[in-house]
Ligand binder design. Structure first.
Ligand code: HEC
Length: 201
């Protein structure tokens, strides 16, 4: 069955709120979209919701250039020192190869401006100190009461028994710096434009 992705910036037929409302109420003849008996208030709420799904332009202003953003990602932004895209980069931060599919632009922008605000548990950084005194830092892949599996900073898989550790600490804040000052608003818009193109292969 054909479906419509409501978060796409341009809905093909529902080009404005009135049209969207009337399609919801009357359906689209000849398609799988049926008419719905909705009260005006319900229609209004749904229209507002659908509008909120559409990709809002970044706060930093006009749409950037993905090509410039790619240069900043590898260069001035130094993102590859922590992140991986395809087969380039490092392992401390999450792999961003598909981040354009997984996150909306507002969430990406928040990651750049205020990285500590929301660290997804699968992105947390752990530091383990072994009884022998060596320190292993990395991203947690899996954890149970006896062991923890990390991807260390060299990209090596480490499986550690908890009873062989002196300590195991989950970093409370993100190790990612804020790019509020490190990049200009125009540069951030370029990096965001590049991130939205990262959709796997
Ligand atoms: C010092 C290491 C470091 C650098 C440099 C760094 N990051 Fe991060 N980044 C992280 C870590 C760790 C996380 C996971 C914790 C978090 O969400 O803040 C993260 C999270 C993110 C996320 C959220 C990913 C998700 O799954 O939601 C995005 C997007 C991101 N970084 C983009 C960037 C970009 C773009 C740059 C360069 C302009 C950059 N990062 C530079 C370490 C870094």
């Amino acid at each position: 069955m054909a479906t419509a992705d409501l978060s796409r910036p341009n809905l093909r037929r529902a080009t404005n709120d009135d049209l969207l409302a009337s399609i919801m109420q009357s359906g689209l003849p000849g398609t799988a979209m049926p008419p719905n008996a909705l009260r005006p208030r319900e229609v209004f709420t749904i229209v507002a919701y659908i509008n909120s799904l559409r990709t809002a332009p970044p706060r930093s202003g006009s749409a950037g250039s993905a090509a410039r953003g790619q240069g900043l990602f590898a260069g001035k932004g130094d993102c590859l020192s922590c992140h991986r895209v395809g087969d380039r980069g490092a392992f401390l931060g999450p792999n961003l190869s598909e981040v354009g599919l997984l996150r909306r632009i507002a969430a990406l922008e928040r990651s750049l401006l205020d990285p500590g605000a929301e660290v997804l548990s699968q992105n947390a950084t752990l530091t383990a100190v072994t009884q022998a005194g060596s320190t292993i830092r990395g991203r947690v892949l899996n954890e149970d009461s006896h062991s923890v599996q990390l991807l260390d900073q060299a990209g090596k898989f480490q499986s550690l028994r908890k009873d062989s550790l002196r300590s195991l600490t989950r970093e409370a804040t993100s190790s990612m710096p804020s790019y509020g000052d490190r990049l200009t608003p125009a540069e951030r818009a370029d990096v965001l434009a590049y991130l939205t193109t990262l959709r796997g292969n």
